[in-house]
Ligand binder design. Structure first.
Ligand SMILES: [Zn+2]
Length: 238
């Protein structure tokens, strides 16, 4: 066999291979193939269960007097983020709804809190139920009576993000959050408490700054600080 024959054969193979790739719709098949192998994992980090407490006695503990000087120093650091939202990319739109048993007084303070976060322009909270792939917030109440051992503090509420993440084909990351008030105590139905719990739902963690709405003990604060806004921006405008 001659060299010429080999050359011809080689060209024929190259031509056939080229034709094969051009004529078969190989690339369209790729997503389907992937779809069969991706696994859906749901990272459900439980909402914060640590209690938010407020001093129920009028002598409001040593905390407020001790940290007066610390509060006056301007903090430029952003309010910390809940661990499970760190490094996540979340859409800024949330669909929210109230559980049926949420009384009017609680709905009102939640509505005020919603308005405060909407005013930032960073997030957009819309009434309604979203799809699994969309961010959602459920507003609720619960009943927890403090024991004698817990005297001096009452738990006002809890809230937090729950991150749902699907990887691979059709990937998405969504936050199905909750914000809840302890209906056993009327002190829980306060705008400042609703702002705090909604802050958790949106991904903010506790702040050491007494000016922050995310300070763990209720200070009656309803206005977001620059640090609170910076925290939100780091989640939704990253
Ligand atoms: Zn809290």
């Amino acid at each position: 066999m001659s060299v010429r024959f080999f050359k011809g054969l080689l060209w024929a193979i190259i031509l056939l291979a080229g034709l094969y790739f051009f004529t078969t719709d190989n690339f369209k098949a790729i997503p389907d193939k992937l779809a069969t192998t991706v696994s859906q994992w749901t990272a459900s980090v439980a909402p914060e269960t640590t209690s938010d407490s407020a001093a129920s006695d009028s002598g409001s503990s040593s905390m407020s007097s001790a940290s007066d000087s610390a509060a006056s120093s301007a903090t430029t650091e952003a309010t910390p983020l809940e661990a499970n939202v760190q490094g996540k990319t979340l859409a800024s739109t949330y669909y929210y709804h109230f559980d049926d048993d949420v009384p009017t007084a609680a709905r009102q303070v939640f509505a005020q809190a919603i308005a405060i976060y909407n005013q930032t322009g960073i997030v957009k909270l819309v009434a309604g139920t979203g799809t699994a792939e969309q961010n959602q917030i459920t507003f609720s109440i619960y009943h927890k009576t403090m024991t004698a051992a817990e005297q001096g503090t009452i738990e006002l509420g809890h809230g937090g993000p729950k991150i749902i993440q699907r990887i691979g084909w059709g990937a998405y990351t969504a936050n199905h959050a909750t914000a809840s008030l302890n209906a056993t105590y009327t002190a829980a139905f306060q705008e400042s408490v609703a702002v705090h719990e909604l802050g958790h739902a949106l991904g903010l963690d506790h702040s050491t700054s007494q000016d922050s709405v995310m300070y763990p003990v209720d200070q009656g604060k309803t206005a977001l600080t620059a640090a609170d806004i910076a925290g939100l921006n780091s989640i939704y405008n990253n």
